[in-house]
Design a binder for this molecule. Sequence first.
Ligand code: ZN
Length: 257
Amino acid sequence: MTQTLFRDDAYLTECTATVTAISEQGTVLDRTVFYPMGGGQAGDTGVLVLADGREIAVADTRKGKNEDGQFTAAICHLPALLDPAVPMLAQLLQTGVQVGDTVTARIDWVRRHRLMRFHTTTHLLCHLVPQLVNGCSITSDYARLDFNMTDPLDKDVLTAGIARLVAAALPVTVGSITDAELDGNPALVKSMSVQPPRGSGHVRTLRIGSADAASMIDLQPCGGTHVANTAEIGAVVVTKIEKKSATTRRVVLGFAP
Ligand SMILES: [Zn+2]
């Protein structure tokens, strides 16, 4: 099991950790600042720095899987492949990294901060477009959110709406609710495609705006990494709106040029 430091503090850029496993899924650490791909958000990249100073480039981060393909509590750091013809595990072993080694795990913070700005913006879109979401992808260059709806959307109106919420400098707060509270308030789940993970008794939530219902902008289950205040989003704009299908409108976000 990997301790998920990024869930408590999305601004941690590095940590020391111990290698607990090395497999064809990558390097597993006892704790990490690397976010594994999930909930639409891309996995982190960065480096694992060995005790002698050598660096293993991390090209992606994924949740571990067992033999049945089910996610485990391990987080796997995938090495950048120097030779695509050589299996990943062989390349990993060539670096000399071993189970028990102490490493410094350091994310590519510039890239991650872009992911955080985009992810929080997708939650602002959920406020601006009060429809169910049936698809989401957040990369460091663009993000897209698919809404289950038939009415047209206006690119400029949405961009102005985002700018207004960014200028309002609203606090972004991580919280948690019980499974029972979530069951009693199913409208909190705005995604048709991603269901919040249940079973631990609690589900992590992300709130934008203050806690009183009148001034709250958005509240939904989310395991992703977010900026602490909407002001930090800066100049994010809607670059495109696509009619993906008869019942799906896709909103594409980008950074203003
Ligand atoms: Zn989210």
